[in-house]
Design a protein around this ligand. Sequence first.
Ligand code: HEM
Length: 122
Amino acid sequence: MYSLILGKRHRGAYAHTPSTTLLDASGKSCPMNAMFADPSAMMAALKRSGQCTIASGEQDAPLVQAMLPGGPMAKEFTKDEVEVVRRWIKSGAPLIADQSEGASSEGNDVRINANAHFKFTL
Ligand code: HEM
């Protein structure tokens, strides 16, 4: 989800009307366009603003609905991209560890044991 937002930021940051807002960490309405600069903050804001909540009787959350045929973003997202968003939401819309809301940095340590040099043949 993070990389999807990052990849769309050049178009996305100008596409939304200034009145389209999300709630920032302090609960203030913040224009969505500005949030493209910080995808993890945007993910938290989408969640906080109810965009990831599937209403009863609905198949998809508002964010996904806006990306499906008939929605305002239908032409901007491929089927696979919509699936990325849908899966992110279905798995509870997890946030990046540096966001405090329910995220934890536990188990986020990655050690890369790189070889000093290696050889490959084409
Ligand atoms: C991952 C990136 C993006 C996210 C998370 C996102 C999120 C949203 C959200 C939450 C809405 C409001 C939906 C509602 O009505 O409840 C919206 C509306 C809209 N989006 Fe996006 N968007 C993204 C990228 C884009 C891109 C790339 C475009 C076009 C270039 C676009 C065009 C629009 C338009 C035209 C609307 C309706 C008008 C408006 O609300 O300003 N979006 N988007």
